[in-house]
Design a protein around this ligand. Structure first.
Ligand code: GLU
Length: 448
């Protein structure tokens, strides 16, 4: 028995944001944890709004987040499967042609709302006589198609929300095909889930009512019911949703702003659960934390301002192996020793470059006049090479008895002389990386 088959099914009509990443990560990591398959399914039946560049951006974002799909599917290449399904449903009387225009439907809805009724489709087209149909057809009206719900209470045991029961009599029969022949997600998604043998449908709670209708479609098409998990949606602190237009929270812009993929993953998965939102060292560790029962039933309030701290903490704990390739791209050398020396001071990985320059490239002196003599004295006390890991302590032990300085007065000028920075990683770790020749010249106030 192989692991679960899951899918992330975005429409390539825009960039994905951190709220979409929540769905993608919950799917991908659930599959990873249980040795399953993660499918990226591009819901691109809306040909007018779907764009190749958004499909590419979504793939790039998933790769960057560390969850490249095991399989990629597109609905646009599966039209004949939807035709087959429609024919099958038609043969058993589970779809029917409808002739209302958008305006007529809108007027109906308004009338119902005006009378205090829910705007549920009244099945007027289903009740139409053959003659009326023929009349519409002769006028050139093309039908659109609805799935005829079997009015009953549909129940499922949701992995997040427990038992859910929805009476399909309270729902409109879902439109499955428009008059122009295009398909709607409602049926296409069920056909795909059957064909692709999807076992777990993990998606946002905004799809709960769709699930009742789709379970009815699964049954009508002879597919088994799937397991569902409807997670809460990320919202901003004030409760507003993260619309796709919220450009600054797109995965692309977060990447460009230097946020760490692992920090975004931790925020996306852990916010709105009973677990603490804290950094993780690997996606595998994050996958281990996934437990649908720990996802809250209320909204998942997410403050974008928290990402900076999460990115910093992620870097502070990052192993050298996990950043080695990216440091190479930044042209940062120094190996693991350098990384361990500076990681605790980074807010963004790119800052490692500045510290690499501090230890490896010539820099102008910033020693204050009042500290020149002290720095020169300290220079004469620099131990001879070879330097061990203890060099900083040995040097200080030599300086202290003769310098007549302590605390900040002692350390700050040395920091300025050696790094030309007010703050930074511990000098204990930096000094061996700077090396004796460069340290000596810098202490003498030379550009080195
Ligand atoms: N394209 C749908 C969406 O993005 C997919 C929903 C689903 O996972 O079934 O909301």
């Amino acid at each position: 028995m192989s692991g679960p088959v899951v899918r992330f099914a975005p429409s390539p009509t825009g960039l994905i944001h951190i709220g979409n990443a929540r769905t993608a990560l919950l799917n991908a990591l659930y599959a990873r944890k249980l040795g399953g398959t993660f499918i990226l399914r591009l819901d691109d039946t809306d040909r007018a709004r779907s764009e190749e560049r958004f499909a590419d951006a979504i793939k790039q974002d998933l790769d960057w987040l560390g969850i490249p799909p095991d399989q990629i599917e597109t609905q646009s290449s599966r039209m004949s499967r939807y035709e087959d399904a429609l024919a099958k449903l038609r043969a058993v009387g589970r779809v029917y042609a409808c002739y209302e225009t958008e305006d007529e439907l809108e007027r109906k809805r308004k009338r119902q709302l005006g009378r205090g009724l829910p705007p549920v489709y009244d099945r007027a087209s289903l009740a139409m006589s053959g003659e009326d149909r023929a009349k519409f057809e002769s006028e050139g009206r093309k039908p659109y198609w609805r799935f005829k719900l079997d009015h009953r209470v549909i129940k499922w045991d949701d992995l997040v929300r427990g038992e859910i029961a929805i009476d399909t009599a309270s729902l409109s029969d879902p439109v499955v095909r428009r008059a122009d022949g295009t398909w709607l997600y409602s049926l296409a998604s069920v056909v795909d889930d059957i064909d692709m043998k999807v076992t777990h449908i993990i998606r946002g709670e905004d799809h709960i009512t769709n699930t009742a209708a789709q379970l009815d479609m699964f049954a009508a098409l002879g597919g088994d019911a799937r397991t569902f998990a409807h997670h809460n949606l990320l919202t901003l602190p004030g409760g507003e949703g993260l619309s796709k237009r919220f450009g600054s929270l797109s995965i692309q812009s977060l990447r460009e702003a230097g946020q760490e993929a692992l920090a975004i993953a931790a925020a996306a998965v852990l916010t709105g659960t009973s677990l603490a939102v804290e950094p993780v060292e690997t996606l595998g560790a994050l996958a281990e934390k996934i437990d649908f029962k720990k996802i809250s039933h209320g909204p998942a309030r997410f403050d974008p301002a928290d990402l900076d701290a999460l990115t910093a903490k992620t870097l502070h704990a990052a192993s050298f192996a996990s950043v080695e390739d990216r440091l190479k791209v930044l042209d940062v050398g120094g190996g693991e020793k350098f990384w361990l020396a500076v990681r605790g001071n980074l807010a963004r990985l790119s800052e490692a470059k500045e510290w690499w320059e501090v230890v490896s490239a010539p820099m102008a002196s910033k020693i204050a006049d009042s500290d020149r003599d002290f720095c020169k004295l300290a220079e004469t006390l620099l131990p001879a090479e070879p330097w061990s890991e203890k060099i900083w302590d040995e040097w200080l032990a030599a300086i202290k008895p003769v310098a007549n300085r302590k605390g900040r007065e002692l350390f700050h000028p040395l920091r300025i002389a050696l790094t030309a920075r007010e703050n930074g990683p511990e000098l204990r770790a930096l000094l061996p990386l700077i090396g004796r020749a460069r340290a000596s010249a810098r202490l003498r106030g030379e550009k080195a």
